[in-house]
Design a protein around this ligand. Structure first.
Ligand SMILES: [Zn+2]
Length: 184
């Protein structure tokens, strides 16, 4: 029995923060030097590939389209924050708050005492023992933050978005573009 789905999007060939185009620097830990805030926005950000309803920047920031937002409004999925992205009409940073799903990571490396975050948290697993029956219609997110905070794109750790089986079915009918689902 499928309990729910981890939801991913396509890459949109853009970076929320890059060296050239910033008014505000991304907040970084002065211990490890890596980024700490996935919710932070760069006001000069420009999305390059606009063909997807859900996409990710190279530095791991989830971006939704207006269609995606309207779909969520119509279905009363109200634990999602759509942050306006100045200069990117019809696109929003998407942040799911509350409704946490228990996750574990099979690979965790280099804890930093200063920001209390790991450098690497990858290879996710959902702790299905702690979930009773299929999730109810709606959006959820992992209780852990995932990602690798090193390399070219300097991405902050960020949560994995989760949806219920019924929600996945509704999204499929809506023909939202660029969505990938992994069942658990
Ligand atoms: Zn740190």
């Amino acid at each position: 029995m499928v309990l729910g789905y981890a939801l991913f999007g396509q890459d949109n060939d853009s970076e929320m923060f890059n060296e050239l185009d910033v008014l505000v620097k991304p907040s970084k830990c002065d211990g490890c030097g890596y980024r700490t805030e996935y919710q932070q926005i760069n006001n000069l950000f420009k999305i390059k590939r606009k063909s997807f309803d859900l996409s990710y920047t190279y530095d791991g920031i989830a971006i939704a389209s207006l269609r995606f937002k309207e779909f969520c409004n119509r279905n009363n999925y109200n634990n999602i924050l759509f942050k306006e992205l100045e200069g990117n009409l019809g696109f929003y940073q998407i942040i799911v708050h509350d409704k946490l799903i228990p996750f574990t990571a099979n690979l965790v490396e280099e804890f930093c005492d200063k920001c209390s975050q790991y450098r690497t948290v990858v290879d996710y697993k959902v702790d299905t023992e702690r979930i009773i029956g299929p999730l109810q219609d709606g959006f959820y997110r992992s209780d852990l933050l995932f990602g690798g905070r090193m390399g070219k794109h300097d991405s902050p750790l960020h949560p994995i978005i989760v949806v219920a089986p019924l929600t996945k079915e509704k999204m499929r009918k809506e023909k939202l573009k660029g969505l990938t689902f992994e069942s658990f």
